[in-house]
Write a protein that binds this ligand. Structure first.
Ligand code: SAM
Length: 197
């Protein structure tokens, strides 16, 4: 990885709403390469560092959504600095997602965790069969739930339940960072197990 990007990543790992951890980024890149992803969507782009890395390491076209004005401005500056083919959409993902047509081979969901469930139908619509969804921080409360985070923990648990129970996806959870769920959209209509002899 480019040394400047690595330095930006190191600084962004220290801040609030940090960039994804090294293992998750490596898995994102390896998955995108292996599947030959041409179009990638990142929801919750922060300073754009993961989008830039995905573009530089895979050559895929990246679309990134970020609602925070300051972060979006930093992301725009970084994207220009690295000459990355990243289309930054500034705004609320809940409003922007329904307007996208996709499809995106790979989607990285890394916005406010409380909204994962709400975004799920749109995210699912935007993925083609064989497409892959990365949902970051799904094990955020594996060490216990602080009193003030009970609602968030409930939202995350419901999201994870929906995702792992969705027969249109096959999901594996990795313990990297605060946990990342990797869900591959099945290519064929699911055949209920009692019919599949
Ligand atoms: C953990 S940071 C993203 C880090 C980034 N994915 C990376 O790996 O570098 C989460 C970001 O999502 C943004 N965000 C949260 N909820 C959002 C929403 N509903 N729509 C758009 N952006 C959102 C926040 O402003 C924040 O910058």
């Amino acid at each position: 990885m480019d040394a400047r990007l690595a330095a930006y990543r190191a600084a962004a790992r220290e801040g609030r709403d940090p960039t994804c951890c090294a293992e998750t980024l490596a898995l994102l890149i390896a998955t995108a390469r292996e599947m030959g992803a041409r179009e990638i969507l990142e929801i919750g782009a922060g300073e754009g560092l993961t989008s830039i890395a995905l573009f530089s390491e895979t050559g895929a076209k990246v679309t990134a959504i970020e609602r925070d004005k300051e972060r979006a401005a930093t992301a725009r500056a970084r994207i220009a600095e690295f000459g990355a083919d990243v289309r930054l959409l500034e705004g609320e993902a809940g409003e922007l997602l329904p307007r996208l047509t996709g499809p995106y081979d790979l989607i990285f969901l890394d916005a406010a965790k409380v909204q994962y469930r709400r975004f799920y139908p749109e995210v699912k619509r935007l993925l083609p069969p064989g497409g892959v969804l990365f949902s970051d921080d799904v094990l955020l409360f594996r060490a216990g739930v602080p009193k003030k985070r009970k609602m968030l923990a409930q939202h995350l648990a419901e999201f994870l339940g929906t995702l792992t129970g969705d027969m249109d996806f096959s999901t594996k959870i990795y313990p990297y960072g605060d946990g990342v769920a990797v869900s591959k959209k099945r290519k064929n209509d699911h055949i209920p197990p009692h019919f599949a002899e």
